[in-house]
Unconditional design. Structure first.
Length: 166
């Protein structure tokens, strides 16, 4: 996953795009080594000594790692847990909405894909399946504040409440 994120940061440098990471490892010194080893150049916050039960993951209702929120220019969560090509498509669409055409097709160097990243994708797919099941049980809110939402897909015009009760 880090190579893809690194590629996005490089490709979108100078554009209105920000990648922010939250690290939930309990050992802050170990995190510094990971940041250096994985060449993480984007802003990354520590979730505290509580690890996965820290204040950031608690506030954002994160229950699986990695969790990816994609927000629009207004801070509204538009996508959750999209990865790879779907993440690229989400970013491309949101950038176009604010007048910035970007081409993210084939932006990642295949030589950057490490075995551990494939394993992370497998875990991410398992987390997505769990999120999908949870979403079936709960009705997602129409959260405009930039807070967490259980909505795992782009909100369409059909999903918006027009106040008529239908």
């Amino acid at each position: 996953m880090y190579p893809h994120e690194r590629s996005l940061v490089n490709k979108l440098a100078g554009k209105p795009f920000a990648l922010i990471g939250i690290n939930s490892d309990k050992d802050r010194e170990a995190i510094k080594e990971i940041v250096k080893e994985k060449k993480i150049t984007w802003r990354s916050f520590w979730n505290g000594p509580e690890g996965t039960s820290g204040p950031i993951s608690t506030r954002w209702n994160v229950s699986g790692w990695p969790t990816i929120y994609v927000m629009d220019a207004e801070g509204v969560i538009r996508y959750k847990n999209v990865r790879g090509r779907k993440l690229d498509e989400a970013i491309t669409e949101l950038m176009a909405e604010i007048g910035h055409e970007v081409d993210l097709s084939n932006h990642q160097d295949p030589a950057d894909v490490a075995e551990e990243d494939v394993a992370e994708e497998d875990v991410a797919e398992e987390n997505q399946a769990a999120d999908d099941e949870k979403a079936k049980e709960e009705k997602p809110g129409d959260d405009k504040s930039g807070e967490s939402t259980d909505d795992d897909t782009k909100k369409s015009d059909d999903d918006q409440d027009d106040g008529d009760g239908n």
